[in-house]
Design a protein around this ligand. Structure first.
Ligand code: ZN
Length: 252
């Protein structure tokens, strides 16, 4: 079976299942229980979809400028319920995540809580900016993540590029490809502009930068913790089986 872990980092997995931002359950079913339209401007309608988690019952809101359709799956005394109508052969979760430019709660939950809060907040803000096409805001957040990550890890370097190089050498356990990706994008986009001008990042660059950054954060803060947890549970199972063992491999 192919690796499906990328589905964990989405808001919507498909038209029936999402990753609940409230109870933090992954792959739990949800129901659209309400939808309204309003005018963003006099020429631009916006639609809000209200979604309830079928497990914890908490409700979230999602805004889109796209004309998403739903069909009714329930009416009557229990209230109305809808489901998103999606084309066959379309990745419904990817389509929905792409369509919604703003959600409350945000997709903050997709980053493990072991990642320091300041970094999670910046990444969430960067993603929100990017979804709304606020590229300057998204770029500023991405730079701030590298800056804060540098501070937390005692990286050296006066600028973005040097801090990434320093982080790369500090965290040799992280796949260097992620840091190299960040450096390459910086280099290909900053050739023409002034040293302190970073107007070169477009949405396509930012998407890759944020993806690389979230992988870096996962590798630095989550992977070692998971490994430690696994080690602890194996050791405790072992001590149940071999209670007398006190680190003497030749015993028994
Ligand atoms: Zn829930």
């Amino acid at each position: 079976m192919t690796d499906q872990s990328h589905l964990d980092s989405r808001y919507f997995v498909d038209e029936r299942v999402y990753n609940c931002p409230f109870c933090n359950r992954r792959h739990v079913s949800y129901t659209v229980y309400n939808l309204v339209s309003f005018d963003w401007t006099d020429t631009k309608p916006c639609r809000a979809f209200y979604v309830a988690c079928d497990s914890c019952g908490n409700k979230s809101m999602h805004l889109t400028f796209e004309d998403l359709s739903v069909y009714e799956i329930q009416s009557g005394r229990g209230g109305r319920a809808y489901r998103f109508q999606t084309e066959k052969d379309v990745d419904a979760g990817a389509m929905l995540d792409q369509a919604f430019f703003y959600s409350v709660p945000t997709s903050f939950f997709v980053l493990d809580e072991r990642v320091p809060r300041v970094l999670r907040e910046l990444l969430t803000e960067a993603e929100g900016c990017l979804k709304s096409n606020f590229l300057t805001g998204a770029s500023a957040c991405a730079r701030k993540i590298v800056y804060e990550l540098g501070v937390l890890n005692e990286a050296i370097g006066e600028n973005y590029e040097d801090r990434i190089k320093s982080l790369k050498s500090i965290h040799s356990e992280v796949d260097p490809e992620f840091f190299d990706t960040l450096l390459t994008i910086q280099q290909v986009t900053s050739t023409k502009v002034h040293e302190n001008s970073y107007d070169g990042w477009e949405a396509k660059h930012l998407r890759v930068i944020l993806l690389a950054l979230s992988d870096v954060l996962h590798e630095i803060y989550v992977v070692p913790a998971l490994r430690a947890d696994r080690r602890k549970s194996i050791l405790s199972l072992k001590s149940e089986l071999v209670p007398e063992s006190k680190g003497n491999p030749s015993a028994g």
